[in-house]
Design a protein around this ligand. Structure first.
Ligand SMILES: [Fe+2]
Length: 260
């Protein structure tokens, strides 16, 4: 069994006390990681699924890397729409922390880049779709999880669904052809969802800072606490997973903000 911690959408700033919609994003990440350490005695690796920085600054990535390094576990990063890939790569190694295909026991995890530089929405370059095809052709027996920043299926939030991966159908077609794909996991939407479609689990994870209101057509900030996801990948292809939120701290949030 392999157990990982997913942290996503940390939106850290160059300044340590930077705020997103009124929330101090470094403070909330600290609280989330502190709670994780209290709740999870041991785990195998981290998945950091994009929008790790709000401003793409080198300083924000350096702070995050230093913080996660304290656990001494492998960590795997993908960029989100807010991230600066070049600055990320000054802090992590392309062939280590930003590798596309990760083998863990009898699971393979495929980390996909859905970023379109300069855009908020997601899209897969042909090279990313080729990574999925090639990995599933080369290894058709390992249980497989696909990980990306943007959502590949609608969330039921009109403003967010305009940002869905534009060509996610191409990915979903590949998924349908390979019975060993068990899980599709993402961030970006700052909310917890977990659905099963044709035997595949489709899962989104809350941000380590501000949350967005589920099923809302317009931009809306939710009062739920910041959080992380843990997931166990079992040898028989089953998973166990849950989200944990920090509920006992009053984070300052500016609910009057109408955009993001
Ligand atoms: Fe995002």
């Amino acid at each position: 069994m392999q157990k990982f911690i997913q942290i996503t959408d940390c939106h850290l700033f160059e300044e340590q006390d930077g705020k997103l919609l009124g929330m101090d994003t470094q403070f909330s990440l600290d609280a989330v990681l502190q709670q994780m350490h209290q709740q999870i005695p041991d785990f195998d690796f981290f998945l950091c699924t994009g929008d790790l920085s709000q401003d793409g600054s080198l300083a924000s990535y350096e702070r995050l890397k230093k913080q996660i390094d304290l656990d001494g576990k492998p960590q795997y990063w993908i960029p989100g729409n807010h991230d600066h890939r070049g600055n990320m790569l000054k802090v992590v190694n392309e062939n280590k922390e930003m590798v596309s295909v990760i083998k863990k026991g009898n699971w393979q995890i495929i980390m996909l880049d859905s970023q379109v530089p300069g855009s908020v929405f997601g899209n897969f370059a042909q090279s990313q779709l080729d990574i999925v095809k090639n990995a599933l052709t080369a290894d058709s027996t390992s249980h497989t999880m696909l990980v990306m920043h943007h959502q590949p299926i609608p969330m039921g939030c009109e403003w967010l669904d305009n940002q869905q991966i534009k060509n996610s159908d191409a990915l979903l077609n590949i998924v349908q052809q390979h019975k060993n794909v068990k899980v599709v996991l993402w961030g970006h939407v700052h909310q917890d969802t977990d659905r099963e479609i044709n035997g595949v689990r489709f899962i989104s994870t809350p941000s380590t800072c501000v949350q967005f209101t589920p099923k809302s057509d317009d931009f809306g900030v939710d009062e739920k606490g910041p959080g992380y996801r843990w997931m166990e990948l079992h040898d028989d292809g089953t998973i166990k997973t849950a989200v944990s939120r920090v509920e006992d701290i009053d984070f300052e949030i500016d609910y009057s903000v109408k955009g993001y």
